[in-house]
Design a protein around this ligand. Structure first.
Ligand code: SF4
Ligand code: SF4
Length: 509
């Protein structure tokens, strides 16, 4: 099945014996010139002329602009608390996948050119010259970090390796070494509006198909509107929701909740993508440009609120940056937060008792929940500390009878990344993705063995796609990953649902 060894799962996590260079060969494809240019970067996968000067100028600019980066470069005391916290280290045993070692790839260069001891006595302070070998190492290992922030939870100084990774990737793109996967996707969003390159007619067709499917299933006309001017809510959701399993079942669920709540809503063909890969490449200009599509769509359509669907990193960007990158949102209804998460909306509907739920519709499943890193550690859903952990579980328990959490050290803010986040969800990194999923797979297997769990729910498009791919490598099936709103969709009973069937039965009698 794989031309590499899939790690064995164990009952208890074991810190691996170090294997120097175990993942040195892992490096994603480089972006071609066309995709570098479209994003405002030079080069074509090769180092540009004067790359060294450009690297140092860019690093100096970032150190000045982002105070946190300067602090992170200076304050690591090498305490080692982060060394065994990264899923990529636990799954690959490569010591360069220890968070502190990953940071050091940039820190060593910083020390050499930006600190006095590094300039005078480089060997004494672990400073190194900037060479092509150093760049190759950076390109490889900064693309073995999913920007998940788990290590930062355990660092006594709060050093955020994700931020170092983002800075390094942005610098690399500026010297000609951009990543093919992320850059091509961003180019598609700039040109067509979504990651998949799905044009407006195809989108309209897909949504029409969904309406027919839901009507066939329930007998109720639930709308999935596109570009509907004057709707109250603009739904911004990952494009995977438009067709792929289990994502699309989540979209069906959002539509049913909106229908039951009696609100008007629409999707926009201009902002038909919640994902914002500007985060992954660490480039705020691209992140801003992608965010501005949402502003334009909201203005054009005259909506009052913006709600995001199930997508982890999209929510991380929206929650943290939407206001600064694309605000002010003074044309929206001030009674609602900007942005709002679909789970906040559904949770509120459940609290107000306006959803008719039959939990037994999910009785064929026993659920667990995977906290997505971007929501668990890089944003929040709801208004109180920790509500990003309680709200999804509350919604799942409101629509399912059988739920068990995985081991406490693997959930909430200690959650393990799915292994495919941060711009790594590409087949050229499949070995890394499979190995990086090991800690999550171990925790899942334990809850399957101990509690009879059959399915894992998630609220992130990347997690869902990654698990669909990874589960079979660990002896499970791809349909064991489900959307949270798929569970809501199964359990919700719409007004008039099943009436046609009852009438038909009456007539037959
Ligand atoms: S941010 Fe996540 S992937 Fe990156 S080094 Fe830290 S734990 Fe590993
Ligand atoms: S936990 Fe923080 S201070 Fe300690 S080695 Fe890791 S990054 Fe450095």
């Amino acid at each position: 099945m794989a031309d590499f060894e899939v790690p064995e799962t164990r009952e208890f996590p074991v810190i691996p014996t170090i294997m120097e260079g175990a993942m040195a060969h892992s490096s994603p494809y480089l972006a071609k010139e066309q995709f570098q240019q479209q994003l405002g970067f030079p080069g074509d996968g090769k180092l540009i002329d004067g790359w060294k000067e450009t690297f140092l100028i860019k690093l100096a600019e970032m150190l000045g602009k982002y105070r946190s980066l300067q602090v992170f470069m200076d304050i690591c005391v090498k305490c080692g608390a982060c060394t065994d916290k990264c899923h990529y280290f636990l799954g690959t045993a490569d010591p360069k996948n220890m968070p502190v070692a990953r940071q050091d790839l940039l820190r060593k260069v910083y020390r050499r050119y930006f600190t006095l001891p590094g300039k005078l006595f480089p060997k004494l302070v672990g400073a190194v010259d900037l060479t092509e070998e150093v760049i190759d190492d950076m390109y490889s290992y900064y693309h073995q970090c999913s920007e998940c922030r788990r290590c930062s939870v355990f660092c006594p100084y709060g050093i955020d390796t994700a931020e170092v990774t983002m800075a390094a990737r942005d610098i690399l793109a500026h010297i000609g070494k951009g990543q093919k996967y992320s850059n091509e996707i961003i180019a598609k969003v700039h040109k067509i509006g979504n990651n998949l390159g799905l044009p407006e007619p195809a989108l309209a067709d897909t949504l029409e198909g969904l309406e027919e499917e839901v009507e066939e299933d329930t007998g109720v006309k639930v709308r999935y509107p596109l570009d509907e001017k004057g709707a109250d809510i603009l739904l911004v959701t990952p494009s995977a929701d438009f067709f792929a399993e289990p994502h699309v079942d989540g979209l069906i669920g959002y539509g049913k909740v909106f229908h039951a709540a009696g609100v008007s809503w629409t999707i926009s063909s201009k902002a038909s993508e919640a994902a914002n890969f500007g985060l992954f490449i660490g480039n705020y200009e691209n992140m801003r440009e992608i965010s501005l599509r949402i502003r334009e769509a909201a203005k054009d359509l005259g909506v009052k609120r913006i709600i995001f669907g199930e997508c982890g990193h999209a929510w991380r960007v929206a929650y943290n940056f939407l206001n600064t990158l694309a605000g002010p949102w003074d044309f929206l209804d001030p009674n609602y937060p900007v942005p709002q998460h679909i789970l906040e909306f559904t949770s509120d509907c459940l609290d107000r008792g306006i959803l008719n739920i039959d939990k037994s519709e999910n009785d064929h499943m026993t659920l667990t929940f995977h906290d997505s890193c971007n929501i668990a550690r890089a944003s929040r859903i709801g208004s109180f500390p920790g509500s990003q952990f309680t709200i999804p579980r509350k919604v799942i328990k409101a629509v399912c009878n059988n739920f068990y959490d995985m081991a406490p050290e693997t959930i909430h803010d200690s959650t393990f990344c799915c292994g495919g986040g941060g711009g790594l969800l590409t087949d050229d990194l499949i070995e890394l993705r499979i190995k990086g999923a090991l800690p999550r797979m171990e925790a899942l297997k334990n809850v399957i063995a101990n509690n009879g769990v059959t399915h894992m729910a998630a609220i992130c498009a990347i997690c869902k796609s990654q698990f669909t791919k990874v589960l079979p490598y660990y002896g499970m099936t791809m349909d064991q990953i489900v959307s949270v709103h798929q569970l809501v969709s199964n359990a919700i009973i719409l007004e008039g649902q099943g009436e046609e069937d009852e009438n038909e039965t009456d007539e037959a009698a």
